[in-house]
Design a protein around this ligand. Structure first.
Ligand SMILES: Cc1cc2ncn([C@H]3O[C@H](COP(=O)(O)O)[C@@H](O)[C@H]3O)c2cc1C
Ligand SMILES: O=C(O)c1cccnc1
Length: 675
């Protein structure tokens, strides 16, 4: 017993396992996992995929907690644990992020090939499809706090948070959960949406849910985009090789054999952060801004998923109907079903005049508005012909013509035109309210008469100048970006129109910034609170190219009141009413789309009910559509108005409906599915 003369074993140091030095020396590999467990780790790594399609089934809380705990076990420099994990379940938030991502995609679309655009499309849809969003943020904390290891490399907190993302991703794979990393948004947009403070970096939106695809190799590789580089290309012996001898590591070309390896799972492009202005789409604002309460019906996710599932089963290559598939899904999410094979539109064309035409903002005289409205009602103008041939019900209404209401046109005049927007607010608050209500009533009337959707149009000499001012006010940009030729102004006319629009914008911005007055109109002049509680007039907005805007955007109600017009305000009311009734709103050109942008400012939920028919030749239209996150179905370089573009898109919508409803599935048509 006393034969063992070795000194007593020192106690195991705190935080270590009980192995002895001799044991470790005898079996240096003794710390490894049993083979099966080790293989499972490598398998999770090798079979991790960036997932884009998700089932709607919920993720149980215990599974979610395990993957969040895995993220939280990531290594971090100085044990700073900078990650913050925001779990998002709200459909409203997911829809809002999808809009932001769509907006970025449209803004940057020129940079993408068709293939890239397709990948991004799918990625963006994943935001809404996945039951969960996990936003991984990095809290930079106090830069002066001493953190081990951060001294020379300040980005170490980001590196650490990236490890947390990978941990979550691998754990999710082991659980059978899919993760899709989305970074196609402006960080400031996401900050505003989720109330994230400026010192915190939103690094990734992770879509998390049960996958509705089980890819054996990366999507980008399957599409022949690129493939995993050989290990030897990325591992360097001892020293960086001389640059002239070996080309810098680059992405490998596609490997047609498709080795089962992964490529980047992250987005194709990371937009530079830019300052994004809050708008007035936050909580219902106080005072007059609140006159129109959010009323849009929520999207029907189940119907949208059912439509997508059917699209996938139809006898065609997956996704081959392109934008029509997105259209069908949107229609289903609005109405509960795919488009009918012959949708009947209620065509609402609202006519009014504009005070600023005295400055020569149109090639035509104000009296022409009523003449065109009369011709429309008689079936002689463009919308008259298209509505007749399409078999759609057409309602032309005078909501503010200077001339007498022509025969055949609904008499609903609120005023003989607007005031001159360069000199005073184009509308009073009461008139604006009346116009919103009138548009809603007219839309309701068409809905009651059985319309499947609402096609919106306008008539009003000078209304492209009003539209340019409204778009400028809503987007925080100047006339340079929003004014086009309208009915066909020459260069001098264009200059005149720009000057008028800039003058109106300057007056409107000054008026909106004026503090309270005794007449009680003050509430309406104060920028509405935004999602993060700040004033709307805080920061300039990014413009379509991502540059900084000229000025702070104005709240929608303020913008409508300051520049008008009566038909645009009534169109906004009509769009809101249609969305409440689950009717798709088919936008026409520049004027209608800008009215819809104002309507979205009054009721954010409306955005999901909009369908863009065409892109007008008016240059500002693209800006407005991008802001709405909408891609038009057609681009025919039209610049007519009246709802002509909306009616031209209806046969496309009808065809999408017919295809969706009447094509056979692979099984029905006896066609073999993909290998
Ligand atoms: C004959 C005629 C028919 C039209 N139909 C639509 N518009 C379109 O042009 C007008 C807007 O352009 P601007 O701002 O340059 O005046 C609106 O009436 C719009 O509906 C017409 C214009 C004219 C002249
Ligand atoms: O795009 C439009 O809506 C438009 C363009 C020019 C004239 N009227 C309307």
């Amino acid at each position: 017993m006393s034969g063992d003369l070795r000194p007593p074993r020192p106690a195991t140091p705190a935080g270590f396992d009980p192995s002895r030095a001799a044991e470790r020396a005898a079996d240096p590999r003794g710390w490894r996992f049993p083979d099966e467990a080790r293989d499972a780790v490598y398998r999770a790594i090798a079979e991790r995929r960036d997932i884009r399609r998700f089932r709607p089934d919920p993720v149980p809380d215990d599974v979610l907690e395990r993957i969040l705990a895995a993220a939280h076990q990531a290594p971090s420099v100085g044990l700073m644990q900078p990650w913050r994990l925001i779990v998002v379940r709200s459909l409203e938030t997911k829809l809002a992020l999808r809009r932001l991502a769509q907006r970025e995609r449209i803004r940057q679309s020129a940079k993408f090939s068709e293939r890239a655009a397709h990948f991004l499309d799918q990625k963006i849809e994943g935001i809404v499809e996945a039951p969960l969003g996990v936003v991984v943020c990095c809290d930079h904390g106090d830069p002066d706090e001493e953190i081990l290891g951060r001294g020379t490399i300040p980005e170490t907190d980001l590196y650490s948070a990236a490890c947390a993302i990978e941990n979550l991703w691998l754990a999710a794979r082991a659980e059978g959960l899919g993760v899709g990393w989305v970074s196609f948004y402006r960080p400031d947009d996401l900050r505003t949406l989720l109330g994230i403070p400026a010192r915190v970096e939103p690094m990734a939106w992770l879509c998390v849910g049960w996958p509705d695809e089980r890819p054996v190799r990366p999507g980008l590789e399957a599409a022949g985009w690129s493939s995993r580089m050989p290990l030897a290309d990325v591992v360097i012996d001892e020293r960086w090789p001389a640059e002239h001898a070996v080309a810098a590591p680059r992405r490998a070309a596609a490997d047609p054999a498709g080795r089962p390896a992964d490529a980047s799972g992250a987005d194709l492009c990371h937009p530079m952060p830019a300052v994004r202005a809050p708008d007035d789409r936050g909580p219902a604002p106080a005072g007059r801004e609140a006159a129109v309460r959010p009323r849009a019906a929520p999207p029907d996710r189940e119907a949208a998923i059912a439509a997508r599932d059917r699209s996938d089963r139809l006898a065609k290559p997956a996704g081959s109907l392109g934008a029509l598939e997105a259209l069908i899904e949107r229609w289903a999410s609005i109405t509960g079903a795919a488009p009918p094979a012959a949708p009947r539109a209620g065509v609402l064309v609202l006519a009014a005049d504009h005070g600023h035409v005295v400055h020569g903002t149109s090639l035509f005289d104000a009296r022409v508005s009523a003449q065109v409205a009369g011709a429309a009602a008689r079936g002689q103008s463009a919308v008259g012909v298209l509505a007749r041939h399409g078999g759609h019900e057409l309602l032309v209404a005078d909501v503010g013509l200077v001339a007498e209401t022509p025969p055949g046109v609904r008499a609903a005049k609120l005023a003989p035109g607007t005031a001159d927007m360069t000199a005073e607010p184009a509308l009073t608050d009461d008139r604006l309210d009346a116009a919103l209500a009138l548009g809603a009533a007219l839309a309701g009337e068409l809905a009651e008469r059985g319309a499947d959707c609402l096609a919106l149009g306008e008539i009003g000499i000078g209304n492209t100048a009003t539209t340019a001012a409204l778009a400028g006010a809503l987007l925080g940009v100047g006339a340079e970006r929003t004014v086009g030729r309208g009915t066909g102004l020459d260069a001098a006319g264009l200059d005149r129109k720009r000057a008028v629009v800039d003058a109106a914008l300057a007056r409107a911005r000054a008026s909106a910034a004026t503090p309270a007055t005794a007449d009680g109109a003050a509430a309406a002049r104060t920028p509405a609170p935004t999602a993060d509680g700040a004033a709307a007039a805080r920061t300039p907005a990014p413009t379509a190219e991502g540059a900084t805007a000229d000025a702070a955007p104005l709240p929608a109600r303020t913008a409508l009141r300051e520049v008008g017009g009566l038909e645009l305000a009534a169109l906004a009311g009509a769009a809101i009413e249609a969305a409440r009734r689950r009717l798709p709103v088919i936008l026409d050109g520049y004027a209608v789309s800008t009215a819809a942008l104002a309507a979205v400012g009054l009721d954010g939920g409306l955005a999901e009910s909009l369908i863009a028919s065409h892109r007008s030749a008016e240059p500002g239209h693209a800006l407005v559509l991008a802001e709405l996150g909408l891609e038009p179905l057609l681009d025919l370089r039209m610049r007519l108005g009246e709802a002509s573009g909306a009616l031209l898109a209806l046969p496309v919508i009808a065809s999408a409906g017919a295809l969706h409803r009447e094509m056979g599935t692979f099984a029905e048509a006896g066609i073999d599915g993909p290998r």
